[in-house]
Write a new protein. Structure first.
Ligand SMILES: Nc1ncnc2c1ncn2[C@@H]1O[C@H](COP(=O)(O)OP(=O)(O)OP(=O)(O)O)[C@@H](O)[C@H]1O
Ligand SMILES: [Mg+2]
Length: 227
């Protein structure tokens, strides 16, 4: 089963959790590959840090272009970054790369861009991209003030798009969030999906360490019955 990893916002730990998921799946003997369909913010060689991290976490060889069909130079909203360089993000091109990756690995972990409904072009957004991939969604909740609202809105948006929330991860972004455990308990009560783990704050974040804090068995237990 492959997954689409979204987050409550930009900078909440999607890349780290995606890599951690890949390590956890790989440790069960599965071949994995990461995908970042659209990356906004590249160096002068047109390389993006998220793509490099996902690529390093993979166990099969895939080209940079398959992992990241769209590399946009400016670290701004993708449809605007694309417009600045005179292109339009085309979902069918992304879907082609996704299918190629699917044929190469047991699991494809697709990291979204920013939050769940970030525009990709004048008509479509990342929610529509996830719909086209038909993937269950994993939500990374960056634990900070405002995350309850963001998490619950995102869960509503996932349900409204017809996709399934397969699980969520509480990622602790600061060492001193007030009422942290009460916030996590609130989400456990209100989100209709298993919490795959609480990722503790790490001074030097390491996706291998994070993998130990994820219970991916809960994903397998949370597969709906075949109709
Ligand atoms: N558990 C954690 N402990 C400490 N720092 C963390 C933790 N999780 C994430 N971070 C830090 O937060 C920042 C954002 O993490 P990351 O790049 O994984 O987020 P993202 O959601 O993928 O961001 P983007 O929207 O840019 O793709 C990074 O500097 C990362 O090192
Ligand atoms: Mg990222």
């Amino acid at each position: 089963m492959s997954y689409f990893v979204t987050g409550t916002d930009t900078g909440v730990g999607k890349t780290l959790v995606s890599c951690a998921l890949m390590h956890a799946l790989a440790s069960q003997g599965l071949s994995v590959v990461g995908m970042k369909p659209v990356a906004a913010g590249c160096d002068d060689d047109n390389h993006n840090e998220d793509v490099e991290q996902l690529r390093a976490a993979g166990t099969v060889l895939a080209t940079y272009g398959q992992i990241n069909p769209y590399s946009l130079y400016h670290p701004i909203a993708p449809h605007i970054a694309a417009r600045h360089v005179g292109i339009r993000i085309d979902l069918s091109r992304i879907l082609t790369s996704f299918r190629e990756l699917l044929s190469q690995a047991d699991e494809v972990i697709v990291e979204g861009v920013g939050g769940f409904k970030v525009p990709l072009n004048d008509q479509q957004d990342t929610a529509e991209m996830a719909q086209q991939f038909e993937l269950p969604v994993i939500l990374v909740v960056g634990m900070r003030l405002g995350c309850l609202n963001h998490a619950l809105l995102t869960a509503d948006a996932i349900a409204a798009s017809g996709l399934r929330l397969a699980g969520w991860v509480a990622n602790i972004l600061t060492p001193d969030m007030p009422a942290l455990r009460e916030n996590i308990a609130t989400l456990e009560q209100r989100l209709q999906a298993p919490m795959l783990g609480v990722i503790e704050y790490q001074v030097t974040p390491d996706s291998h360490e994070m993998a130990k804090q994820l219970n991916i068995q809960l994903l397998k237990n949370n597969v709906p019955d075949e109709i």
